[in-house]
Design a protein around this ligand. Structure first.
Ligand SMILES: Nc1ncnc2c1ncn2[C@@H]1O[C@H](COP(=O)(O)OP(=O)(O)OP(=O)(O)O)[C@@H](O)[C@H]1O
Ligand SMILES: [Mg+2]
Length: 294
């Protein structure tokens, strides 16, 4: 079931086209990773989803309602955490969390809030003006995950968190997913996206250039192979889909296009294999390839 669906969303700031026919869908119970270089259009897309910005064209439906016209309705079931959290300086962290929860209007789960304050190791009695960036981030995350929102929209939510807290955050996302919630997560931390996300979309210069599960995207990229053959391996460079060959005689390392892997393995196994190590491409490999193609 589709929770969020964006069809051909465009956004112009004056003459500048920030988004060009963006299509994106988040299904129920899914964590969708939204990645792309700085200035690609992630936050702009998210602001349109939140009803903060009006799209220049296209349509966004969240819970089947219009993101712009029905924003008030939608926000009753949506939690949003931005990357740079600003808080009321004179309230304590605990007061802000309670305020956020009251603003949401739904029944607040006090036990869940207390549990999260512990897990995120936040001192809720301090005034917000004294909090570090990471601690302000925690306040917003605790408030968000204390609610029973159906959709979490998170725009680089962990930019200030240390590795221990990053882990707590990841657990929270997986818990939400287990409870059937949906998450849109924009992030530059590729290991986080790789660990959490069912599907990812890569945006560049306002256009979605790839979308799919990590496995699907891996087909578009190369596998790294390290091999040792029994007989000297000849003619490797002439095989389709083989790149970046290093080595000679019986020992080689190289990369193979996903679609040609089958054929390459068949070829090299004709020389007898003593060793075959393969490493799948990481999300970083994938991302870098797109990033590089300027
Ligand atoms: N209010 C605005 N007026 C004019 N241009 C804008 C406005 N908001 C965003 N832009 C431009 O739109 C483009 C996309 O910006 P956006 O903030 O969506 O990128 P992003 O993918 O979130 O980047 P980052 O990873 O740095 O957060 C950028 O070129 C930005 O300068
Ligand atoms: Mg952004």
């Amino acid at each position: 079931m589709s929770i969020l669906k964006a069809v051909n969303v465009s956004k112009k700031f004056g003459k500048f086209t920030a988004l060009n026919h963006v299509n994106l869908e988040v299904n129920q119970g899914e964590v969708y990773g939204f990645i792309g270089p700085n200035g690609a259009g992630k936050s702009t897309t998210i602001r349109i989803f939140l009803g903060i910005l009006k799209a220049s064209g296209g349509e966004v439906k969240i819970f089947g309602k219009d993101a712009w016209k029905d924003a008030v309705e939608i926000h009753k079931h949506l939690s949003y955490v931005p990357g740079d959290v600003n808080l009321w300086p004179n309230l304590t962290g605990g007061e802000v969390i309670d305020l956020f929860m009251r603003l949401r209007g739904t029944s607040a789960d006090k036990n869940r809030r207390d549990e999260l304050i512990q897990r995120f190791n936040l001192d809720p009695t301090k005034k917000c003006r004294t909090y570090s960036k990471g601690n302000r981030q925690k306040v917003a995350l605790i408030a968000a995950f204390s609610t029973d929102a159906d959709l979490f929209i998170l725009d680089e939510p962990t930019s200030g968190l240390d590795p221990l807290m990053e882990k707590v955050f990841q657990e929270c996302v997986l818990e939400a997913k287990r409870n059937g919630k949906s998450v849109l997560l924009s992030s530059h931390i590729l290991s986080e996206v790789e660990r959490l996300c069912d599907r990812v979309g890569i945006i560049r210069r306002g256009e979605i250039i790839e979308t799919g599960t990590l496995d699907e995207l891996r087909h578009l990229t190369r596998t790294n192979l390290v091999i040792q053959t029994k007989q000297p391996l000849l003619g490797l460079e002439a095989i389709q889909g083989v790149h970046e060959i290093v080595g000679n005689d019986r020992e080689f390392s190289f990369q193979v296009d996903g679609k040609d892997l089958d054929e390459v393995i068949r070829y090299i196994s004709g020389f007898g294999l003593d060793k075959l190590e393969s490493t799948p491409p990481t999300l970083e490999d994938l991302f870098m390839r797109h990033y590089d193609e300027t």
